[in-house]
Design a protein around this ligand. Structure first.
Ligand code: HEC
Ligand code: HEC
Ligand code: HEC
Ligand code: HEC
Length: 466
């Protein structure tokens, strides 16, 4: 399966390094994005620590049990096989030290800038007796602070859907789940992998929730009822797309309002718009060199020589919108055009840009709801695959990160199709072609747009015959 091979998750168990957690949390000392001192915690409740969950009668069994609805081995799976349990540890590696050195951070494992995503970093006021920063992204990093729900949640009749007031994040709600993942895997208030961090050595963030879920060992069971299992991967993917788009818009608006330059951060642009080789002659160059000159095949959707927006949260998402809400799709297209122009420096009155942003924000809220309510079927999932695979030229001119999302989308849609509809005509050839697309997008540096478009066309032809 393309997506299963997507991310190599190492199962190496490295040594835990324990530090003495300072009484004042580093976050309290670190300036947050808006430039103001973070002197209080935003959290309402206290974080109890993963060891509050690890009892063998609770979630710490080493193999799955059948007594309850859940396997009771969640802690074991997380601690042994889930990368999140290593998130703190990676801050002590040689790579992390080098990244930190480039940023003039003394100790990454003590810096709020890193801990914000690599641990459950909370203010000292909200650290319970068993709270332990070295646990990395532990249970409460996703499920929410347990102070008020730790006891109630083991009682019969407890409903996670009604536990928000107690501080529990309902991970069964796909919108909430996607938002939670995106906080760290795309960025959010106080948690950003900016171009400065990337320039210092941090990996570029890239995310697609269905593929990323598939490579994580699940510590939960699939829904019991078939109707809830049907097209689950597609719903997760589509909701993830809508949430990622909203997240980008929300962050641009927030940083613009706060008057901080983050909205113009280079991560909002296509990396390879800047990071590509240039061949500066017209005469006497090889065909291969010609292929390396993007202007020969480019539709700039704007002015040549300007930056290209990182539209990875839109380039594929727009196909979902066009499928489920054609009218909104048209509005979106128009607003995104203004957004792109404003972002990439076209002269326009700031009010026009702000108006477009406000409307985009409202529209993205509406779209998250519409996508979450949509019912996918065999026909419309196939149609989505056909439309995405038929969009080669536009995808490649939208940038490498958009192309990457298209491949992840096709992989996710294919898997859900086979899981829910049983099989697909010419399934093996289709799967092989998606795998080929995946291989062609392994490295942005070696990406060949014409080759990619040819493979994508092949896929489109096959899918159009179904
Ligand atoms: C916005 C959240 C966020 C912030 C802030 C952040 N990281 Fe990360 N970091 C991630 C995510 C997510 C990954 C995994 C990326 C992936 O594989 O898709 C990661 C990966 C890494 C890796 C690679 C780990 C591996 O297994 O190869 C290192 C090293 C790292 N981060 C160090 C740091 C350091 C040092 C800082 C502070 C200067 C920092 N990070 C700040 C989210 C963040
Ligand atoms: C990276 C995020 C993340 C972390 C960390 C995490 N979980 Fe989860 N957890 C999820 C998601 C997503 C689900 C699936 C929710 C669903 O389908 O209802 C889930 C489901 C569960 C379920 C099943 C809930 C149900 O109603 O079926 C239990 C129990 C659980 N987690 C416990 C834990 C424990 C204990 C830890 C820590 C040892 C932990 N989780 C860490 C994301 C996370
Ligand atoms: C609190 C921040 C945080 C949240 C929330 C979070 N992650 Fe992560 N995630 C990280 C960090 C940091 C890493 C890198 C850990 C490492 O390399 O050891 C990571 C790594 C991963 C990886 C492994 C990537 C790789 O390259 O091997 C996957 C898969 C993943 N996360 C999926 C998810 C999903 C799905 C969700 C939501 C259910 C989620 N994460 C929520 C911070 C977070
Ligand atoms: C507006 C142009 C621009 C965009 C867009 C851009 N960069 Fe950069 N990048 C630069 C410049 C300028 C430097 C500093 C010069 C240097 O170190 O090569 C740099 C430096 C870097 C470095 C450090 C140098 C190196 O090769 O190790 C990395 C890594 C990097 N960028 C990755 C990225 C990634 C990933 C993205 C997309 C998320 C991106 N850049 C987007 C212009 C850009």
């Amino acid at each position: 399966m393309a997506k299963k091979g997507l991310i190599a998750i190492s199962a190496i168990l490295a040594l835990f390094v324990f530090i003495v957690w300072p009484a004042t949390h580093p976050l309290a000392e670190n300036k947050n994005q808006a430039g103001s001192e973070k002197t209080h915690s935003d959290d309402l409740y206290t974080y109890m620590g993963a060891s509050s969950c690890s009892g063998s009668a609770c979630h710490g069994n080493s193999s799955a049990r059948d007594t309850l609805r859940i396997g009771q081995n969640e802690f074991y799976i997380w601690s042994q096989k889930d990368r999140h349990a290593k998130a703190y540890e990676v801050l002590t590696t040689a790579e992390a030290m080098l990244i930190a050195k480039n940023l003039k951070i003394a100790k990454p494992a003590e810096s709020g800038r890193c801990l914000a995503c690599h641990a459950v970093a909370v203010h000292a006021d909200h650290q319970g007796d068993f709270y332990d920063i070295t646990e990395g992204v532990s249970c409460e990093g996703c499920h929410g602070p347990a102070e008020k729900w730790l006891n109630p949640h083991i009682r019969p009749g407890f409903d996670p859907q009604n536990a928000a007031a107690l501080g529990m994040s309902n991970m069964g709600d796909l919108v909430k789940r996607a938002e939670k993942c995106l906080e760290c895997h795309a960025g959010s208030d106080g948690k950003e992998v900016t171009h400065e961090l990337i320039g210092a050595g941090h990996p570029r963030l890239m995310f697609e929730i269905d593929n990323y879920t598939a490579v994580m060992p699940p510590h939960w069971r699939p829904p019991k009822e078939k109707k809830n299992r049907d097209w689950l991967g597609t719903r997760l993917w589509a909701i993830g797309q809508a949430a990622a788009f909203r997240s980008q818009i929300t962050r641009v608006i927030a940083s613009r309002r706060a008057g901080i330059g983050l909205w113009r951060d280079f991560t909002n642009f296509d990396c390879f718009a800047c990071h590509h080789p240039v061949i500066d002659r017209l005469r006497g160059i090889t065909e291969q060199d010609k292929a390396g000159q993007a202007w020969r095949r480019r539709d700039y959707h704007g002015t040549p020589g300007r930056l290209v927006w990182n539209s990875s949260s839109y380039a594929v998402f727009r196909h979902v919108v066009n499928l489920i809400a054609l009218e909104e799709g048209k509005q979106l297209e128009q607003l995104v055009r203004t957004f792109h122009e404003g972002l990439t420096g076209k002269d326009m009155p700031p009010t026009s840009f702000n108006t477009a942003l406000t409307r985009l924000s409202a529209l993205s809220d509406k779209l998250v709801i519409q996508v979450a309510q949509y019912t996918f079927t065999r026909q419309n999932v196939l149609l989505l695959m056909q439309n995405i695979s038929g969009d080669g030229p536009r995808l490649t001119t939208s940038g490498f990160q958009a192309v990457e999302q298209a491949v992840l989308a096709l992989s996710s849609l294919y898997d859900a199709y086979v899981e829910t509809a049983g099989t697909m005509p010419e399934a093996q050839t289709i799967k092989d072609t998606i795998d080929a697309l995946y291989k062609e997008t392994q490295s942005g540096k070696d990406f060949n747009a014409s080759e990619f478009e040819a493979t994508l066309n092949k896929l489109h032809d096959r899918l159009s015959r179904i």
